[in-house]
Design a protein around this ligand. Structure first.
Ligand code: IPM
Ligand code: MN
Length: 363
């Protein structure tokens, strides 16, 4: 996960996608363009993904988008989905574009930092004394588990009743590599890993726990604890500040990261980064396409902007530039700018684009 020093050109594939994706990504692009003007050799190329790609090309991940992503040093993704696509056959739905991209690039480690900015303590749905100082990372396994396990589908039982099937599978090597990432990330932080599973009921998760324990042997300086996912869900609202790094499977990580997001005020604040073995990363806001508010200039662009900061830090090794963006975000929040999802009485509620402009001026 260590970033490499900035190369000659920084090739970024920009995939805005659907719903609020294009408008929030446009704000992150503004921020990157502002840095470009100060001399960063950024080169951005845009591609189609999700429903937008289906509409134009008949597939949510057209081959040209996949090559664009494969050739890039980093990918900035917005969101995908929309009501009109929900009845398309599996494989052609917008989400299949994103899942296909994660799988094709083998981006198995999804890093979701959940950090409460002190400016937003009042916007959290939890009491200030519970969320004060909250700074944890959910490390979600992203390319296996029940999301990808076979067999899957909707079939019929011998008696002719319709039956849906998905399969949760994890190979040892898949657990091992994400566990290693978790311990390495923890070493840079407070050296605590909590592995979340459901080993009391699921064999897959029994293996998960056993392998995480074994890998821990190589990282004895890191404290390892285990929680069942139901207890973890509870602890995340009871005492979230106890966590440093949470490592978990694909489905549990999906659910727990939405839950944890609320303690930061809004899911509109959460950036994410996904990695395989190299420094190439896929950076995306954790929120989805939000079709109900798309195109209305009300979506919070800060998750997308903070995702661009993660990109500079992890794919390009530019920690100072990442901090510059993070500081700019905090200063606009400190100045009272809010989008509607994090608004509070007495603050200045602005739209997507104005928030983007405010961050650019604060840079
Ligand atoms: C996420 C999203 C995706 C997921 C969907 C859109 C496929 O919810 O990135 O958390 O479930 O992984
Ligand atoms: Mn999700």
């Amino acid at each position: 996960m260590a970033g490499k020093p900035s190369a000659n050109t920084m090739k970024i594939a920009v995939l805005p996608g659907d719903g609020i994706g294009p408008e929030v990504v446009a704000q992150a692009v503004k921020v990157l363009e502002a840095l470009q003007k100060t001399g960063l050799p950024i080169e951005m190329s845009e591609g189609l993904i999700g429903g937008a790609a289906y509409d134009a090309k008949g597939h949510p991940l057209p081959p040209e988008t996949l090559s664009l992503a494969q050739e890039a040093d980093a990918i900035l993704f917005g969101a995908e989905g929309g009501f009109q696509y929900e009845t398309l056959p599996r494989g052609l739905r917008p989400g299949d574009g994103l899942l296909g991209l994660r799988k094709s690039l083998d981006l198995y480690a999804n890093f979701r930092p959940v950090c409460l900015l002190p400016e937003l303590i009042g916007a959290s749905t939890l009491k200030p004394e519970i969320v004060r100082g909250l700074d944890l990372v959910i490390l979600r396994e992203l390319t296996s588990g029940i999301y990808f396990g076979e067999p899957r589908g909707i079939g019929r039982t011998a008696g002719g009743e319709r039956e849906g099937i998905n399969t949760m599978r994890y190979r040892e090597s898949e657990i091992e590599r994400v566990a290693r990432t978790a311990f390495r990330v923890a070493r840079q932080r407070r050296k605590k890993v909590c592995s979340v599973d459901k080993a009391n009921v699921l064999e897959t998760m029994e293996l998960w726990r056993e392998v995480v324990e074994r890998v821990h042997g190589e990282y004895r300086d890191v404290e390892l604890t285990h929680l069942y996912v139901d207890a973890a869900a509870m602890s995340l609202v009871r005492n979230p500040a106890q966590f440093d790094v949470i490592v978990t499977g694909n489905l549990f990580g999906d659910i727990l990261s939405d839950e944890a997001a609320m303690s930061c005020g809004s899911i509109g604040m959460l950036p994410s980064a996904s990695f395989g073995e190299g420094t190439r990363g896929l950076y995306e806001p954790v929120h989805g396409c939000a079709p109900d508010i798309a195109g209305k200039d009300v979506a919070n662009p800060l998750a997308a902007i903070l995702s661009a900061a993660l990109m500079l830090r992890y794919s390009f090794g530019l920690d100072d530039r990442a901090r510059q963006i993070e500081r700019a975000v905090r200063s606009v929040l400190a100045a009272g700018y809010r989008t509607v999802d994090i608004d509070e009485p007495g603050m200045r509620c602005v739209g997507t684009s104005e928030m983007g402009d405010a961050v650019v001026s604060a840079l």
